[in-house]
Design a protein around this ligand. Structure first.
Ligand code: HEM
Length: 499
């Protein structure tokens, strides 16, 4: 392994990985990993059908966890034949064993971003982009350092930029509510998310002022769907399930379907992201490789992440009801009044607001899966047993179970807005794992933690600030589209007091 893996920060984290470890892990009884992969081919198809059509994600894992009386077991993960060459995994469902997936000494993160298959590199200009690289590959360190350094340089600009992107969104939602009695959150969220990401990386330029015009969001969405289809379902009626299964899970959607869109996206970034690409050259990365990486960061990591995250976030804040909304509005308006505006200082004072963001990220993490290949024979520990994993076996963590582990979180299935407030609450941050790392750790070039971690948490807090400066409370209707949550506002009650 090359040097990037052996930094002091990494070693520090490594010893910290024993989350809520029982006093002596070595005292835990050694247990054979339960579960079976079934017959070759047929076992993988059966598990895929259980997962998508018979049981659904949660029940798929829950029923097996109960059957084997274990939070660690063997199963096949979709898509399986003919897309994955090997769908066998060892599942981790508790908060104790899960963090082994963050330990890049123990697991290899090469080409596992999407799990047991990897989309063709045609979707990324022929390059294996940063998110598919293991930290032992030198390109990972240079690409990730470039991004981290760029984001640090933009720190002060992030809130004002997001504020200006959000400006029209609330007016548009209100117009729709007045006209139709309901307002879909998805379309304005698409526009705001791309506007923000593009302007962040492209020296303030709007995608509307490029050849993308207003088509950027739909181009990115088509490109995303082609790569992620094997993990989705259209939710069709029973009779049409075989078609859904064949098209999405048995064949790969070819790149030529989106070739023209990708070229226009690439060209728009290439001609607009001047300072990012200049900086890349100073990091020894060619403009071309940096730009294909940038399209992926902007479109897959950031835009794709925001499309999934913000609807989930609103759904959970809505579930807190008027009482939570009133408390948030009170905290936000008082801090803004006291600081004389929406400053970083004011945002940092809002402890409930911060906690609500963490609680939503805990209860329904936007990215559900994490994968890693055992680099060597290794031992993992759930709360009540030790398990041996062999070199080369695929380890898979289903995060919503790990972050709703009843041995770590009291009332884990309940959205408790103030769960992370105060000293006791902050101690729980290390169990919030949404960023592919612990809530108290930072992304570095040596780990695989999301470099957008702080940015996402800050924007989410800022979103609440803008929202509750404007409204007292709201209600929504929740739906699903292509396995993602959709939100439609049914009411937005204007603020009766001001900051
Ligand atoms: C809500 C939005 C976001 C979510 C949910 C999200 C989630 C994640 C997750 C779970 C990973 C780890 C994937 C894995 O290896 O298993 C990741 C990695 C990554 N994210 Fe994010 N992310 C978001 C926003 C962003 C933003 C805004 C950026 C850039 C500005 C970004 C850039 C990246 C990159 C480059 C990686 C790969 C890191 C590496 O290879 O070490 N993400 N993200």
């Amino acid at each position: 392994m090359s040097s990037p893996c052996v930094s002091s920060s990494h070693l520090k984290n490594k010893s910290d990985y024993k989350l809520s470890s029982p006093p002596l892990l070595s005292d835990l009884p050694l247990r054979e990993i339960p579960g079976s992969y079934g017959l070759p081919f047929f076992g993988a198809i059966k598990d895929r059908w259980d997962y998508f059509y018979v049981q659904g994600e949660d029940q798929f894992f829950r029923s097996r966890m109960e059957k084997y009386n274990s939070t660690v077991f063997r199963v096949n993960m979709p898509p399986g034949p003919w897309i994955s060459h090997d769908s066998r995994v060892i599942v981790l469902l508790d908060g104790n064993s899960f963090p082994v997936l963050f330990d890049t000494f123990k697991v290899e993160k090469r080409d596992v971003l999407t799990g047991t298959y990897m989309p063709s590199t045609s979707f990324t200009g022929g390059y294996r982009v940063c998110a598919y690289l293991d930290p032992s590959e030198p390109a990972h360190a240079s690409l990730k350092s470039l991004l981290l350094s760029f984001l640090t340089s933009k720190h002060e600009e992030i809130v004002p930029l997001y504020k200006s992107c959000l400006k029209g969104m609330f007016d548009e939602l209100e117009d729709q509510l007045r006209g139709k009695g309901r307002a879909e959150f998805g379309p304005p969220n698409d526009v705001v998310s791309l506007e923000f990401v593009f302007r962040l990386f492209c020296d303030g330029k709007s995608p509307l002022d490029t050849k993308l015009e207003s088509k950027g969001p739909s181009m990115f969405k088509k490109w995303l769907i082609c790569q992620l289809a094997p993990l989705k379902t259209l939710g069709l009626s029973k009779l049409l399930i075989p078609i859904d299964d064949f098209i999405l899970h048995s064949i790969r959607l070819p790149f030529f379907l989106v070739k023209g869109d990708y070229k226009r996206l690439y060209d728009a970034f290439y001609s607009s992201a001047t300072s990012y690409l200049d900086k890349a050259e100073s990091f020894g990365i060619s403009r071309e490789e940096a730009c294909h990486n940038l399209v992926f960061i902007a479109g897959f990591n950031a835009f794709g992440g925001f499309l999934r995250w913000f609807p989930l976030f609103i759904k959970w804040v809505a579930s807190g009801g008027e009482t939570l909304h009133r408390e948030l509005a009170k905290e936000i308006r008082a801090a803004v009044r006291c600081e004389g505006g929406v400053t970083l200082n004011a945002i940092n004072k809002m402890t409930l607001t911060k906690s609500v963001v963490y609680e939503a990220l805990r209860i329904e993490p936007p990215v559900l899966y994490q994968y890693g290949l055992a680099k060597d024979d290794l031992m993992i520990h759930s709360h009540d047993a030790a398990f041996k994993i062999k070199k080369g076996e695929m380890i898979f963590g289903y995060q919503p179970f790990a972050t709703k582990d009843p041995k770590i979180f009291h009332n884990p299935d309940k959205f408790i807005g103030n769960r992370f407030v105060g000293e006791k609450g902050e101690k729980l941050l290390k169990y919030v794992l949404w960023s592919n790392g612990r809530g108290i750790d930072d992304p570095t070039m040596d780990n695989k933690q999301c470099p957008g971690k702080n940015l996402v948490e800050l924007l989410s807090r800022f979103f609440l600030v803008e929202f509750f400066l404007r409204y007292d409370t709201f209600s929504v209707e929740i739906g699903t589209l292509l396995s993602d949550t959709t939100v439609t506002f049914l009411s937005l009650k204007k603020a009766t007091t001001s900051a």
